[in-house]
Design a protein around this ligand. Structure first.
Ligand SMILES: *[C@@H]1O[C@H](CO)[C@@H](O)[C@H](O)[C@H]1NC(C)=O
Length: 189
């Protein structure tokens, strides 16, 4: 039983590590960069508080603080649209939504971004979650899924085997040496 217990906890630990590795960090939304593709994010906001506020799209600078890439104009709560280079900002107050699009993604776009309520030069509120754009190497993810799948498969097979073994042992222990007759057993064998 000691051996089986050790095996079980090791498998559980491995399984846990697998699941942890497959999960993205809770605080950030992660997206893979597909070069040449457009990507759009929706940052919802509190309409009552911010429908007239300036909203901005920011990127964490190499030197530390977030830098503003594009910002909406001060408006009267009307829908507005602005483009700065490859960044499109669409403020849609009726739907309490700031839509941000990055056109034609490039590898250099990798980094951490955020949608904010902006009262230059101050950030008043951060909307949604920080968004991390990263270049994804497809292979390790597939390898990870493969390993985790194999592990799960092994666990299932091993558990079934253990169950069968235990069942076989139990029936072996209980089975009478000489068959006895029980009317209710009729048709069960
Ligand atoms: C990206 O968006 C621009 C502007 O809306 C559009 O002209 C272009 O075809 C889009 N590119 C892709 C790959 O969808």
């Amino acid at each position: 039983m000691e051996v089986a217990g050790g095996w079980k906890s090791q498998m559980l630990l491995l399984l846990f590590l697998c699941l942890a590795a497959l999960q993205e960090p809770l605080e950030e939304k992660e997206e893979c960069i597909v070069e040449g593709q457009n990507i759009t994010f929706g940052c919802g906001y509190n309409f009552g508080k911010y429908f007239r506020a300036i909203k901005a799209w920011q990127r964490l600078g190499a030197s530390g603080p977030f830098e503003t890439l594009a910002q909406t104009m001060n408006n009267n709560g009307e829908p507005s649209f602005i483009q700065v280079g490859r960044y499109l900002l669409e403020d849609d107050p009726p739907n309490s939504m700031l839509k941000v699009t990055i056109l034609e993604l490039q590898r250099e776009d990798a980094g951490l971004y955020q949608c904010v309520i902006y009262r230059p030069p101050q950030v008043v509120d951060i909307l949604y979650r920080p968004i991390r754009l990263k270049t994804c190497n497809e292979f390790p993810v597939y390898a990870l899924i493969l390993v985790c799948g194999l592990l799960l498969f092994k666990i299932v097979v091993f558990s079934l085997l253990l169950l069968l073994l235990r069942k076989a042992r139990v029936t072996g222990d209980v089975a009478p040496l000489t068959p006895s007759f029980h009317p209710e057993d009729n048709g069960k064998q």
